[in-house]
Write a protein that binds this ligand. Structure first.
Ligand code: DUC
Ligand code: ZN
Ligand code: ZN
Ligand code: ZN
Length: 500
């Protein structure tokens, strides 16, 4: 027997409007939205009071790496602790990445990740799949993933030389095929060759600490790759999603491309909006190392605000986290060499509060834009809408009762993540999830959990998201090349250069 829920007296906030309304939920689905609802029978009905609170679509984190085998270890938050932390923060769906080794099967990677997630997830999830090498088999597997496994997004790496990195030729092929399949190409935009050369030079100079990570992943490294990815994707008219946009330069590349009508989306992450890369110069090695991720946080303290302004403007589109946690002893694998520090930091629990604090409370965006960038746009781009990302009749009851006035102080002492460090330590955030509902079940309320490992579902995503493809088609029309009408060349054709 599924819970019947009545959420009373709140303001229902979607990306396009806010209305004072009650929400009635049955069988995990929204049945009614309107004033003064009185569902029958009254018995067996759980009533949640949302007076003075917002009722918002559950957050969608477009970018996590839970229990990711990476850089000689496995990220600390698994699909249980990671999704439990997610719901505590008001996120009701995550999209993780299945990442095969070069030469290995994409389908096998997908099945492996799914077998890790299914018994553990406390909320719904989906999987992007990484294309880490290229061949005819890879193409066939991509098609199967789309047709059979519900995958509509593929991630390509331009960094992690020798591990995941693709050449321009491979990117061209992969983007072309993503377009053909009606999927979106995601890209980790960093120039892997430059990183390798920079790192070698820094290590030779005796710079072995976390600051070397930031210095080797300079702003040019990200900007160049972002521009190249946009150029390649635009050449084959493939929609592009740039994951973890960290620097001003990279964000500007995306803004410019969008102004030119190109179909590009940028994903800043919670850490990039909340904190900066001056942490890499912290004298406490463990503190500095805890912030190591790729691309790095920007060493420019004005970058978080800059990125938030672009997010408010629709120059950037959705907020993910790249949640990929490692505790201090895992980070210490790189104590003598920054290139060996496992890359990744937290965010899945704190994303919503950080965006509220830095985006809405600061006055940069309104509550509707908040919903767009934390949930609705993700649902639209990855073709989950309006099942996800909206509170409306027929939508999944993934709902959060959000207190815009309450505050909480983020700390590793109180967070629900499995690692021992929180990059937002001490940050006071307005905007607190009071109640989180996943498919009509209250999974979190006021600090208490009611989660069962495995209760979340894998969500299939069909190709051709209309939100994205209408723009792709428009662009195709605009950019269609037309041959010039001219008389055929009537002179002599020579195979060898004419001698003077
Ligand atoms: N960057 C990280 O920081 N961690 C996981 C993978 C990635 O690209
Ligand atoms: Zn990445
Ligand atoms: Zn990532
Ligand atoms: Zn440990």
């Amino acid at each position: 027997q599924k819970q019947r829920l009545l959420i009373k007296g709140g303001r229902v906030v979607n990306d396009d409007q806010s209305v004072e309304a009650d929400v009635y939920v049955e069988e995990g689905v929204v049945q009614e939205v309107g004033p003064n609802l009185n569902p029958r029978p009254p018995s067996g009905l759980t009533v949640l009071d949302a007076t003075n609170k917002l009722v918002i679509p559950g957050g969608i984190d477009t970018h996590t790496h839970l229990q990711f085998p990476f850089m000689g270890t496995t990220s600390k938050d698994d699909f249980y602790t990671g999704t439990k932390a997610a719901v505590a923060g008001g996120t009701t769906m995550i999209i993780d990445f299945a990442i095969p080794q070069k030469g290995c099967s994409l389908i096998e990677a997908f099945d492996t990740w799914k077998s890790w997630a299914d018994p553990k997830v406390c909320c719904d999830y989906a999987l992007h799949v990484a294309v880490t090498w290229w061949s005819d088999e890879v193409k066939e597997e991509m098609k199967t993933l789309v047709d059979v496994k519900g995958v509509n997004s593929f991630k390509m790496f331009m960094a992690y030389k020798d591990l995941y990195m693709l050449s321009d030729e491979e990117l061209y092929s992969a983007f072309s095929y993503c377009k053909e399949l009606g999927t979106i190409a995601q890209v980790h935009a960093e120039n892997g060759e430059l990183i390798a050369q920079n790192a070698k030079k820094l290590l030779a100079m005796g710079i072995t600490g976390p600051e070397g990570h930031a210095l080797s992943h300079s702003e040019d490294v990200e900007a160049e790759a972002t521009h190249r990815a946009i150029a390649i994707a635009n050449t084959v008219n493939c929609p592009l999603f740039v994951v973890h946009v960290m620097s001003k330069s990279s964000a500007r590349m995306i803004t410019n491309a969008r102004n030119e009508g190109k179909v590009v989306y940028g994903e800043p992450i919670a850490a990039g909006l909340g904190i900066d890369g001056t942490n890499y110069w912290n004298e406490d090695w463990a503190h500095a190392a805890a912030h190591v991720m790729s691309p790095p946080l920007s060493p420019d303290p004005s970058t978080p605000d800059f990125l938030m302004n672009l997010l408010a403007n629709d120059d950037l589109s959705v907020v993910g986290t790249d949640n990929c946690t490692f505790d201090t002893c895992q980070k210490a694998l790189g104590k003598d060499d920054f290139t060996k520090i496992p890359n990744g930091l937290n965010g899945v629990e704190d994303r919503m509060s950080v965006v509220w604090e830095k985006g809405v409370y600061s006055g940069k965006m309104d509550e509707n834009r908040f919903v767009a960038v934390t949930s609705t746009n993700a649902a639209k781009i990855f073709n989950l809408y309006p099942k996800k990302g909206r509170i409306a009749v027929g939508s999944d009851a993934d709902i959060v009762i959000w207190d815009p006035e309450a505050t909480r102080t983020i700390s590793a002492k109180t967070h629900h993540q499995a690692n021992n460090f929180n990059v937002f330590e001490g940050m006071v955030c307005h905007g607190v999830p009071v109640t989180t509902i996943s498919r009509g079940k209250v999974v979190y309320h006021d600090g208490d959990f009611n989660v069962t490992a495995g209760q979340g579902k894998y969500v299939s995503r069909p190709p051709f998201p209309p939100y994205v493809y209408e723009r792709v088609k428009q662009r195709q029309e605009v950019c269609k090349p037309v041959p010039v009408k001219r008389e055929p060349y009537a002179g002599v054709v020579s195979a060898t250069p004419e001698s003077e």
